[in-house]
Ligand binder design. Structure first.
Ligand SMILES: Nc1ncnc2c1ncn2[C@@H]1O[C@H](COP(=O)(O)OP(=O)(O)OP(=O)(O)O)[C@@H](O)[C@H]1O
Length: 268
């Protein structure tokens, strides 16, 4: 079993979620969610609005609202994450779990240069001098395919395009070489061409950096581009799961069929 206390952990994360239940204000929102993710696997989570996708991601990251009660088990490389202190969870989030959200504007501060924000987690974990931090920012910018990295690392979020902002947010998420990337609707705010580039980047990162991926989306076309396996959520439960191919070819549940129909019947 790995223990993040005993030194830096590397490599892709294996995740096991068992009977995860989340309630807020006495109302159960997640009704016993169980799934696992092999190290290095790319998993899609799909479902309609309010089906519990985001709650699942927040539970894994230890970011549920204070008033939520949670039970079950979330183990990353054998280590139980439910019940850890805020401090322990913050360390894991900075180091082992990278997160990417729909709108990088909310993840990035408008007042700080992108290079500084991209290297935040790194700077927290290692004592980086000014020049080292700048070098790290440039390296990360190149890794996420940002053209003109010299300009981008000095720019503020509003000075670059939506796609570039999302690439910068991804750079921030992978800066400390996490074993797991959790992406919640990472391309919803982007047009289709930019979306494709971002999804290719996720595939590249997971292959190159030995990292697992959980990608949450309402769009089955996104799952088809980025994931190997998919969980379908409805009403706080997993209603269907399988390889993306199986699910696309033979969707068994009405919710899955509706999601495929919403993507125009073909998800490629
Ligand atoms: N802070 C909260 N307090 C109470 N209920 C909440 C809270 N946040 C979310 N919920 C409820 O939990 C359920 C699941 O929400 P969740 O955000 O996980 O859905 P989702 O599948 O991510 O949907 P979307 O695609 O719209 O983001 C919804 O019924 C929602 O109304």
């Amino acid at each position: 079993m790995n223990d993040t206390q005993s030194g830096p952990e590397t490599g892709a994360t294996e995740l096991v979620v068992e009977d995860l239940r989340v309630a807020i204000g006495g109302t159960e929102i997640l009704h016993g969610v169980s799934f696992s993710l092999e190290a290095g696997e790319r998993l899609g989570i799909i479902g309609g609005s309010g089906s519990g996708k985001t709650m699942t991601a927040l539970a894994i990251a230890g970011l549920l609202p204070r008033e939520a009660t949670v039970s079950g088990s979330v183990r990353a490389n054998g280590r139980e994450l439910l019940g850890l202190t805020d401090r322990e969870l913050a360390a894991i989030r900075g180091d082992r779990i990278g997160m990417v959200f729909q709108e990088p504007k909310t993840a990035l501060s408008p007042f700080r240069r992108l290079g500084v924000q991209m290297t935040e987690a790194l700077a927290l974990h290692y004592h980086l001098g000014r020049d080292q931090r700048r070098e790290a920012a440039l390296r990360l910018a190149r890794q996420v395919g940002l053209r003109d990295p010299e300009r981008i690392v000095r720019a503020y979020p509003h000075e670059v395009s939506g796609g570039q902002r999302q690439r910068a947010a991804i750079a921030a998420a992978i800066s400390a070489s996490p074993g797991l990337l959790l992406a919640d609707e990472p391309t919803t705010a982007l047009d289709v061409t930019v979306q494709r580039g971002i999804l290719e980047l996720f595939t590249e990162i997971t292959d190159r950096d030995e990292c697992s991926l959980v990608c949450i989306t309402h769009d089955i076309a996104v799952v088809n581009q980025v994931a190997e396996r998919v969980l379908v959520f409805a009403d706080g439960q997993i209603v269907e799961q399988g390889s993306v191919r199986e699910i696309l070819e033979r969707p068994a549940h009405a919710v899955t069929q509706a999601l495929i129909a919403a993507a125009g019947g073909e998800a490629a």
